[in-house]
Design a binder for this molecule. Structure first.
Ligand code: GCU
Length: 138
């Protein structure tokens, strides 16, 4: 199935702000995580069938330090401290991918900052379920 895009500004944000002051984002903005451990964005993602899916995070990190986040699916951490390294500028956006297993139907994908710097600026995630019936946006 083709990847489905989920904009961070449309997700559930805990301790972060939707902003649009750094060019290059898609949709209407991006999420600026608060600079603290535990700031998070949670996406509700629908998969046609159970199985592997590639999650691609589009982000920017204008500082030099890595901004790792724990990635959980339906409450279980599946990628611990996934790295979101410096992109050199807040206007330089790049992607990071990881493969997870989704349930058929609705899934909660949560991204949680694990350092006092908070997460990177997050534009969106693309979900590619790799097999099965086409995904649909939630
Ligand atoms: C700056 C930048 C924000 C970014 C923040 C941070 O304030 O403008 O977009 O989120 O730094 O360090 O997290």
């Amino acid at each position: 199935a083709a990847p489905v895009q989920y904009q961070a500004e449309s997700a559930t944000i805990s301790n972060g702000l939707v902003e649009s002051n750094h060019a290059g984002f898609t949709g209407s903005g991006f999420v600026n995580y608060d600079n603290e451990v535990g700031s998070s964005v949670e996406f509700t993602v629908d998969a046609g069938t159970a199985g592997p899916a590639t999650l691609t995070f589009r982000f920017a990190n204008g500082q030099t330090a890595n901004r790792p986040m724990d990635i959980s699916v339906n409450g279980s951490v599946v990628a611990s401290q996934l790295s979101f390294p410096s992109t050199g500028a807040w206007t330089s956006w790049t992607t990071k991918s990881t493969t997870v297993t989704l349930n058929a139907g609705s899934n909660k994908i949560r991204t949680v900052a694990t350092t006092v710097n908070g997460g990177p600026n997050l534009d969106r995630i693309d979900v590619d379920a790799q097999s099965g019936t086409p995904d649909t946006a939630a």
